[in-house]
Design a binder for this molecule. Structure first.
Ligand SMILES: Nc1nc2c(ncn2[C@@H]2O[C@H](COP(=O)(O)OP(=O)(O)OP(=O)(O)O)[C@@H](O)[C@H]2O)c(=O)[nH]1
Ligand SMILES: [Mg+2]
Length: 251
């Protein structure tokens, strides 16, 4: 995981540490809750919500499935524009869910009818601006394309909510398996540069390469999302778990 401006990169090679294991177990509890085609159909804003957004075909549904370690929780498809509703998944203990994941329809798919496109743009803009329980946004972009004009517009839209980390942002450069190491690093640097303006005002903004196929970035991303769900608490828990694991490992 890198914050814009830093040089480190996420790796899929490191063994899963205690915090990553806890985060993946948490995400594995994900189950379908409901679907909404307009904001009024969303459940009350009672739980922190993590929204997956990005261009159509960027890999949102696949990322949710990979993070949750379920084959078909979110519906992924070769046909762009397939997800047309906000699909919500509950995470945490069954009797005490503690977060929601929201899979949003992708934007930028040319073949979607113009009126449907405009309607959806408005729903998404309202959702991102107004949903009070929005805790974090995961913006997915194909690593080969980087952040496109539409992604940049989305960043502008959520920018006011990033200040003070009221809403956190993690950009995933997806399908990293399609790039060699050098091109992956280049994509990471370019995304970091594009995100630098949003990293002010104590914003919590990160970027990572991600691949559902090779599992690049999986542990790191799981840890970050787990950290978001309860504000600082889960992040502290994760750090404590890490420290405990490290202490246990030392002679
Ligand atoms: N090689 C590779 N292919 C991927 C990866 N993630 C997703 N894909 C493929 O990309 C295509 C689109 O993936 P989806 O997860 O359906 O994309 P989406 O962003 O949910 O698309 P919409 O619902 O249309 O907005 C599918 O054919 C996936 O198999 C990845 O990490 N590596
Ligand atoms: Mg989808």
């Amino acid at each position: 995981m890198t914050a814009p401006g830093s040089a480190a990169s996420a790796s899929n090679k490191a063994p899963a540490d205690a915090a990553a294991k806890a985060a993946l177990a948490w995400l594995h509890s994900a189950r379908f809750l409901t679907t909404a085609s307009q904001l009024s159909q969303l459940p009350p804003a009672a739980l922190p919500e993590i929204a997956f957004v990005g261009r159509s075909n960027a890999g949102k549904s696949t990322a949710i499935n990979t993070l949750a370690q379920h084959k078909r929780l979110a519906f992924s498809s070769r046909t762009p524009g397939r997800t047309q509703h906000i699909n919500l998944f509950e995470v945490g203990p069954r009797d005490r869910p503690d977060a929601l994941l929201a899979d949003l329809p992708g934007y930028g798919y040319a073949a979607v009818e113009r009126s449907a496109k405009l309607r959806w743009q408005r729903v998404m803009a309202d959702y991102l601006r107004e949903r009070v329980s929005l805790a974090g946004v995961v913006l997915l972009a194909d690593a080969r394309l980087g952040l496109t004009e539409l992604d940049r517009r989305l960043l502008e839209l959520i920018a006011p909510r990033l200040a003070g980390a009221a809403v956190r942002l993690l950009v995933l450069l997806t399908k990293a398996d399609k790039l060699n190491r050098r091109d992956g690093q280049q994509a990471l640097r370019e995304a970091e540069a594009a995100l630098a303006p949003y990293a002010d005002d104590d914003a919590d903004v990160g970027v990572s390469l991600f691949s559902a196929l090779s599992r690049t970035g999986l542990d790191d991303v799981a840890r970050v999302l787990h950290g978001w769900h309860a504000g600082g608490d889960a992040a502290d828990d994760a750090r404590e778990a890490d420290d405990a694991a490290a202490a246990g490992d030392s002679p």
